[in-house]
Design a protein around this ligand. Structure first.
Ligand code: CP
Ligand code: NVA
Length: 309
């Protein structure tokens, strides 16, 4: 039976630990000049309804480093749901390729692809979730700090797809996670309720910047206007202005705070240049680790025997 990666909610804690350990091995071995061609003759299709730098390049490079191939399908190539139904695209692609990574507007499109494609489907960002990014971020934090669950992880910004994946990760890994957001920009209530019901994480949603960011071990932010929300940009700029991650906020956090951003960043909006390019920023390490976690995900889902749980 195939396994998809639609969201972190479907992963077991042991599977997450396995992926993080595999990522460390792949990263270390690549640095030591020992690449692993674990997926020879395998092909990954990449479907993009939205733009991407990191997700596209790390999946393509990762697949090539594992000895496999990729096929990039731009919005114009297949016109998901317009030229052809999502179901037909999924069932056809599965005849030729071994896995599908998709970045879509609607989360339902990813679910529909997964229902109709008999090969693993990986969510490369939907309006609801960005699981590969948050798995990479958990790996990044684990490189910098010993115990993830002992840290105050504070996300300042929109209760968006990134936050939903953080809520899933918090429930799975028993994290202490706070969202500091303006009123009206809270996460999806069902996602929050399910994470709370798991009873494993310490979760806080607050509008109070001062209270929410005090002593933070990790300060995370993301764009105020996600892809697909461009019409709301001006309203969002006004609502989020007091929520900028800047030097004053960094000084209010723990002395050794790690500053994180999934990128792309808008300097002068959600984060200042001084902070995103400053000494406490981990953003390039995060971006680098996207490659290593993608390889672990691909090796595991596409059935490399070396990557079996
Ligand atoms: N963080 C991230 O997913 O970047 P891209 O949008 O460039 O893929
Ligand atoms: N929340 C952002 C993340 C980009 C990687 C978006 O969906 O546009």
């Amino acid at each position: 039976m195939k396994t998809d990666l639609i969201s972190i909610a479907e992963l077991g804690g042991d599977e997450i630990s396995h992926l993080l350990a595999l990522t460390a091995r792949l990263k270390g071995d690549l640095a030591a000049g020992r690449p692993h061609a674990w997926l020879p003759g395998r092909t990954l299709a990449l479907i993009f309804e939205k733009p991407s730098l990191r997700t596209r390049v790390t999946f393509e490079t990762g697949m090539h480093q594992l000895g496999g191939d990729t096929i990039y399908l731009s919005p114009d190539d297949i016109q998901l749901g317009k030229r052809e139904s999502v179901a037909d695209i999924g069932s056809n692609l599965a005849l030729w390729v071994d896995g599908i990574m998709a970045r879509t507007f609607s989360h339902e499109t990813i679910l529909e692809l997964a229902r109709h494609a008999g090969v693993p489907v990986i969510n490369g960002l939907s309006d609801m979730y960005h699981p590969c990014q948050v798995l990479a971020d958990c790996f990044t934090i684990s490189e910098l700090r010993d115990d993830l669950s002992a840290l105050r992880i504070v996300f300042v910004g929109d209760g968006n797809n990134m936050v939903h994946s953080w809520l899933h990760a918090a429930a799975k890994l028993s994290l202490d996670f706070t969202l500091v957001c303006p009123q009206g920009y809270e996460p999806d209530p069902d996602v929050l309720a399910k994470a709370e019901e798991a009873g494993t994480a310490s979760l806080t949603v607050t509008h109070d910047v001062e209270e929410g960011t005090r002593g933070a071990d990790v300060l995370y932010t993301d764009v105020w206007t996600s892809m697909g929300q461009e019409a709301e940009q001006e309203r969002r700029r006004r609502a989020f202005a007091p929520y900028q991650v800047n030097q004053a906020m960094v000084e209010h956090a723990a002395a050794d705070v790690v500053v994180m951003h999934c990128l792309p960043a808008h300097r002068g909006e959600e984060i200042t240049a001084e902070v995103v390019d400053g000494p406490q920023s981990a953003v390039l390490r995060q971006a680098e680790n996207r490659l290593h976690i993608q390889k672990a995900i691909l090796a595991w889902l596409l059935g490399a025997k070396e990557a079996a749980l």
